[in-house]
Design a protein around this ligand. Structure first.
Ligand code: NAP
Length: 336
């Protein structure tokens, strides 16, 4: 048996319950993981909030998409992991639990120096961030002073890195203090890209510590960005009309504007829509190939995951409230 968070309906915090569930033995190619930390993502509440469908037949449904922990048992055919290995799991449906049963292919080895909490929150946001930069022609693996080794990350066919004599790119990141945005910032800065990041006053110092120039969002944003100079690419991780409008106003090439959050509004402007849905680029190959480089960068201290707060499973409703606020100062983490 395992303690696990389930959604008993579609709605807000009130639908979340902690229950005992049968977890079972790992079957062919499966691994049983003792979860040490699981990361809350906006996608979690969007799923049980019914934003992407509200099929009653899927209830009660387990919650959580990623986590980190220790291998408790392996099924037949598992070759890369053994009992006791520290691992990161994504995508790992049902990770808000003491134990989760996953396919071997969703696991990576957790670097020893990386805390479980940070590791739990790295791959979903980090893979998305990598995809954003790839989409606007600033792939983290393409070069620059602090770029990671190229590894197996595929190149975007239609947007290479700027040539040596091209002007240095300037990137605008909307939501630069968020989970995805802060990783976009860090990967861009590591690649040598001058980066402007929108945030609230509370996050100015944090954004500066990542190497970006903070810019206050809200009315007058375009003018404040202009005061920093010309912008050659933009990544929106917030989803406001303001973020899209300002990006379209300031970036000449719409192929160099990407959003992961304003998918309907962004579709009007011919910008890059990243994620799952009609007309969007899911970027599965890029995100998957980014996993090991991201873990290496995190282990080396070259990218970090800020943790806002940890909660025991029993306090999942409080964790929900923090993440839906849209202003959590870092990842919201559940610790079974
Ligand atoms: N399409 C995909 O593949 C994909 C993948 C992952 C995530 N997402 C989506 O991306 C979004 C961000 O996810 P996340 O995990 O990064 O969320 P998060 O960690 O909760 O980030 C929220 C950030 O947004 C900032 N913010 C709030 N209102 C803002 C505004 N009006 N203008 C600028 N910034 C504002 C906040 O900064 P302040 O506190 O400084 O205001 C906060 O740092 C979510 O909608 C999520 O569902 C999409």
């Amino acid at each position: 048996m395992t303690r696990a968070v389930v959604a008993t309906g579609y709605g807000g915090a009130e639908v979340l319950e902690v229950v005992d569930l049968e977890v079972g033995e790992p079957g062919e190619g499966q691994v049983l993981v003792d979860v040490r930390a699981a990361a809350f993502n906006p996608a979690d509440w969007k799923i049980y909030g019914g934003l992407w469908g509200a099929d009653p037949a899927a209830l009660p449904r387990r919650v959580g998409l990623e986590g980190a922990g220790v291998v408790a048992a392996v099924g037949p055919g598992v070759t890369r992991f053994a009992v006791g290995d520290e691992v990161v799991a994504h995508p790992a449906g049902g990770s808000f639990a003491e134990q989760v049963l996953v396919r071997e292919r969703v696991l990576e080895h957790k670097p020893a120096g990386l805390a479980f909490e940070a590791a739990a929150g790295l791959l979903l946001a980090g893979g998305t961030a990598w995809h954003c930069l790839h989409a606007v022609g600033l792939d983290p693996a393409d070069g620059g002073p602090g770029a990671p080794s190229r590894g197996a990350v595929p190149a975007r066919a239609d947007a290479g890195s700027p040539s040596a004599d091209a002007p240095l790119p300037v990137l605008l990141v909307h939501g630069g203090a968020g989970a995805v945005g802060s990783l976009v910032v860090q990967l861009a800065v590591a690649r040598g890209v001058r980066t402007l990041a929108t945030c609230s006053a509370a996050n100015d110092d944090y954004v500066r510590s990542l190497g970006a120039e903070p810019v206050r969002y809200g009315p007058g944003l375009a003018e404040r960005v202009r005061a920093h100079g010309e912008v050659s690419a933009a990544v929106d991780t917030v989803g406001t009309e303001e973020a899209i409008d300002v990006s379209v106003e300031l970036v000449a090439d719409r192929e160099r504007i990407a959003t992961v959050a304003a998918l309907e509004y962004g579709a009007r402007f011919g910008i890059r829509l990243l994620g799952h849905g009609p007309g969007m680029d899911p970027g599965d190959e890029v995100r998957r190939a980014a996993r090991v480089p991201l873990l290496e960068l995190a282990a080396a201290g070259r990218v970090s995951v800020r943790v806002a707060q940890t909660f025991p499973l029993e306090e999942v409703r409080a964790a929900h409230e923090l993440i839906v606020s849209g202003h959590a100062p870092g990842k919201v983490i559940l610790v079974p």
